[in-house]
Design a protein around this ligand. Sequence first.
Ligand code: 5AD
Ligand code: SF4
Length: 469
Amino acid sequence: MERKKNIKVSEEEIGIQGSYMKQVKSLNTPDEKKFIVQTFGCQMSESDGERMAGMLAEMGYAPAEQVEEADVIVFNTCCVREHAEKKILSRLGQLKQLKEKNRELVIAFGGCMAQQPHVVDKIKKSYRNVDIIFGTHNIHVFPELLYRVITGHKLVAEVPDIEGVVVEGLPVMRKEGLKAWVNIMYGCNNFCSYCIVPYVRGRERSRDPEDILKEIRQLAEEGYKEVTLLGQNVNSYGLDVESGMTFAGLLREVNSIDGIERIRFMTSHPKDFSDDLINAAAECGKVCEHIHIPFQSGSTRILEKMNRRYTKEQYLGLIQKIRKAVPEVSFTTDIIVGFPGETEEDFLDTLDVIEKVGFDLVYTFIYSKRTGTPAAEMPGQVEDSIKKDRFDRLLNLVYKIVEENNHTMIGKIEEVLVESKSRNNPKILTGRTRTNKIVNFAGDESLIGRSIDVKIVSQHKWYLAGELL
Ligand code: 5AD
Ligand code: SF4
């Protein structure tokens, strides 16, 4: 059988962008110019932002702390919910004064919002301070767009309407030296009826396993201890390319890389969580006992309208199965309240799942209508006051359960990967358990970067306090 391949951007194209990077760099020298990338949204967006920052650093720009100091400002945007979009546009509007003060300032607008034609029209019409518009599918051409703007000073907008590509070999500027995001795939094929992501990020494209493993080996050499494998639905990794590598297989490979101590992954779609993956999670010592597995709604009726392709019972069955294989596992999830047609009874099903699973963290979202998605046209849009009331009740239950779970941790000894000094108190160190809970404890900063045993002594709303053993 002919092997399907992902659509990789050619080395030649990456080379061309490399020469644009050099040209921009020579234009910048000897001045010290600065950049800031403002990222909004999920970890995929964070990861894109790290590549944008990597390219800017390669072009001779140094990171700025504030927008006021920057010569290039990049808005790396998110369009999952309307509220976030509005906030981003208002922040973009505020940059007008900076542009008036500094005509040389370059403002770039990229990410998921820029992948929507109506947003691009709006930016072109009403946000004249923007110089570059680029989409999620072509962040690799950013050096060329920047070069064109700084040499010609005209708006350049390039938002390709394509299914998407896989880009390798771009420089990455990661924020810290201990934990790294590693994209293993891009895009999504699921078309949950409320979600805009498949429209702005294109179809699923898996990176080649060799490219991923090479990147992780490199990270291990640089001293990174933890990797989080990223994708909209990591469970379907490899299915689009027939490389023979599944997500479970990839986990086993990453598990054998020396130097990497912890492996995390997100996001998992319940419908694709295979038995082989459960086995891999159980048998790979470095795979952490934490699984982020969004259920969105506890009502089978609503799940069907959401096009999630599992029932409440199947979800609960999966949780049980994972728990049996990985007894210490901690679950976190995403929930939407107020999906069109959601009744009080449906909502009670959601509360029921939260209680039955006992999540350690729940990302709760109020349903937001996204133009172009099927749910936006569905009858029975829920009134704002009802959404708000359900949201508050949901949060109260989540707080109660998180607190109960944290109480059971008191007295236990946990392996903590020490990340940094606490922001509020330099005598306190902060790190995370394998189950991804934050632990604060008194200790010497020489422990940063090490995995050590800490005894949990008390629980606070969002963290545990511990004592060094
Ligand atoms: N409204 C509210 N929440 C949404 N999400 C995705 N689309 C919407 C929407 N239209 C939430 C889902 C998803 C998380 C990343 O964002 O819970 O898992
Ligand atoms: Fe959106 Fe569903 Fe894809 Fe997640 S799996 S990105 S919620 S369409």
